[in-house]
Design a protein around this ligand. Structure first.
Ligand code: HEM
Ligand SMILES: *[C@@H]1O[C@H](CO)[C@@H](O)[C@H](O)[C@H]1NC(C)=O
Ligand SMILES: *[C@@H]1O[C@H](CO)[C@@H](O)[C@H](O)[C@H]1NC(C)=O
Length: 510
């Protein structure tokens, strides 16, 4: 009996041991082949080690990627980043072959998982329904919605910007965030909620709460996170915020469904909430909680990106007063031709403004790299280099924007009308390739390929209307009369405007 127990015990031990070893080999083996194939790619920028290297990357990422771009135009290489892992940088000439790879090879959501601590921020990273609805419902609706959007621009501007009879300091980032939340809210949830105090607070604060959770989770050692992270005040606040979004939407969803049941003449509202509800059946049903989650996903993708881009443009305008008049002339002339408002046609006719916005993004890009993807299955580039599974790849977009090959010998100067000059008198292809919304190998602000930003048409319209209205109504300058543009803040591959700055505004007398 004893020996039998011992035998089975030892047998059991053996199985455990073998299983463990087998498991370890399975884990290790891909790791080994991964490391050897990764090691075959040239390493660039590893001048220091440990903390020193991390600091170097955090402070000089732009320079590191530019130098790498010059050195490796025709190949992929590794770069040591600040998170202790090497990323693989892919030269833009390979982008056309990468865009053909399916999601099972290159994953956009998986690339975000770790960076954004998705386990705790719970942001929606993979929502095909949202992408589909933005493409198939929102973008085609813009032609009929633009007049509503413009009304919201005018109204929110009158609410968020003071009288400014004399030079008045305005925190541009916060003013724009409030305006963008209202304008986007009109299109995302409709008129019932878009001016609701709690909705607006959520629309602005949600992304801030997410960033705060991401930051505080990263401060905890990885193995302690499952225990400690859920107890963080920031995490609890974020869970409350999610619940609040559901509570806000629930009565609106209910009253819309009821109206639909009872009123045969009921017309569904023209907004994303309505389109999401309408697509519910195709996607296996949407609970109120899920509909709220979709709205938060939209808010995360749309509000701060649009606000940052708008601030970036206005900071540039404030330091370049010579652009105000030529831009105003175009805006006034185009509006006069279109009944005094900014219609879809008017937006298309504002080529100088479109060019200026695009040049700001080229010259002061918010971000050093684009097209970040996690490699799920290894693949081989046309030059024979093997990219192993597990790595994160990226493209050096900032370096692309400064390349004289693409932007002539004037690449290093700011030329607000660079793109409108190419478009004026140009062929159809010149028009298509030189717009704010263009995405291709040289234009990467909205990403690239299958997962390029589907919201960029809406964002471009909204920003164009906001900047046009700001220009018409106000003279804009820096505090202290400085002509120097407020510098953007750089940290690793991230770049942001300095949201704490004020601009001075003075109403244009008519
Ligand atoms: C100026 C404002 C915006 C910027 C700079 C921006 C930028 C981006 C970028 C860089 C990506 C990743 C693309 C890639 O890696 O290939 C993206 C994805 C996305 N954006 Fe935007 N975005 C903006 C506004 C918006 C707006 C207003 C919406 C919604 C109406 C939106 C919805 C999305 C969605 C749903 C995705 C995910 C696409 C997918 O997974 O296939 N974005 N955006
Ligand atoms: C709702 O969906 C149906 C079928 O997909 C479509 O024909 C209809 O236009 C949609 N209605 C609205 C208001 O989006
Ligand atoms: C940018 O440069 C690449 C070569 O690096 C070239 O193929 C492409 O046509 C250029 N694009 C523009 C807009 O000049």
């Amino acid at each position: 009996m004893e020996s039998e127990t011992f035998a089975s015990y030892s047998h059991h031990l053996q199985t455990v041991a073998i299983a463990t070893i087998f498991f370890a080999i399975c884990l290790l083996f891909p790791k080994l082949t991964y490391q050897t194939s990764l090691a075959k790619l040239p390493l660039f920028g590893n001048w220091e080690s440990g903390e020193k290297q991390r600091q170097l990357y955090l402070n000089h990422a732009k320079k590191i990627y530019s130098a790498g771009y010059e050195k490796f135009k025709d190949s992929a290489y590794r770069v040591a980043t600040n998170d202790g892992e090497d990323n693989v940088v892919i030269a833009p000439r390979f982008l056309p072959e990468l865009r053909k790879l399916p999601d099972s090879v290159l994953s956009f959501p998986k690339a975000i998982d770790k960076v954004m601590e998705v386990k705790y921020t719970k942001i929606l990273t993979d929502a095909p329904m949202i992408v589909h609805s933005v493409k198939a419902d929102l973008t085609p609706a813009l032609a009929r919605l633009n007049s509503v959007v413009y009304d919201e621009v005018v109204e929110s501007l009158s609410e968020e910007i003071p009288a400014c009879d004399d030079w008045t300091p305005v925190n541009m980032y916060m003013a724009l965030a409030n305006m963008v939340a209202k304008i986007s809210g009109r299109v995302f949830v409709g008129p019932e909620l878009c001016r609701d105090k709690d909705y607006l607070e959520s629309a602005i604060q949600y992304t801030m709460d997410v960033i705060e959770v991401q930051r505080s989770v990263k401060l905890i050692r990885p193995w302690l996170r499952p225990i400690l992270a859920p107890r963080l005040p920031a995490v609890k606040r974020l869970r409350k915020r999610e619940q609040m979004a559901e509570d806000l939407l629930t009565p609106i969803i209910a009253s819309r469904l009821e109206a639909e049941r009872n009123d045969p003449t009921y017309k569904k509202p023209d907004d994303m909430l309505s389109w999401f509800m309408n697509r519910s059946a195709d996607y296996g049903g949407h609970s109120n909680a899920l509909l709220a989650k979709f709205q938060l996903g939209l808010i995360f993708a749309a509000i701060h990106t649009t606000t940052l881009t708008g601030t970036n443009i206005l900071y540039t305008l404030a330091s370049q007063p010579e652009y105000a008049e030529p831009l105003r002339e175009e805006i006034r002339a185009v509006m006069a031709e279109n009944g005094g408002v900014i219609t879809t046609r008017a937006l298309q006719q504002m080529v100088k403004l479109d060019s200026y916005m695009k040049e700001v993004v080229r010259f002061y890009p918010l971000g050093v790299t684009s097209f970040t993807r996690k490699v799920l299955r290894g693949f081989t580039l046309s030059n024979g280099q093997y990219i192993p599974p597990g790595v994160t790849i990226e493209t050096p977009s900032h370096a692309v924007y400064s390349d004289p090959v693409n932007y002539s010998e004037t690449a290093h100067v700011f030329d607000g009308f660079r793109f409108s000059k190419i478009r004026e008198g140009g062929k159809a292809a010149d028009h298509a390739r030189n717009q704010f919304v263009t995405t291709n190998e040289q234009n990467l602000m909205f990403g690239y390929g299958r997962h390029a930003c589907p919201g960029r048409f809406f964002a471009a319209n909204e920003i164009k209307m906001l900047v046009a209205k700001m220009l018409l109504d106000f003279d804009i300058k820096n505090e202290g009369d400085s002509q120097e543009r407020y510098p953007n803040i750089e940290m690793g591959r991230q770049t942001s405007v300095d949201a704490r700055k004020n601009l001075l505004l003075k109403r244009v007398q008519v």
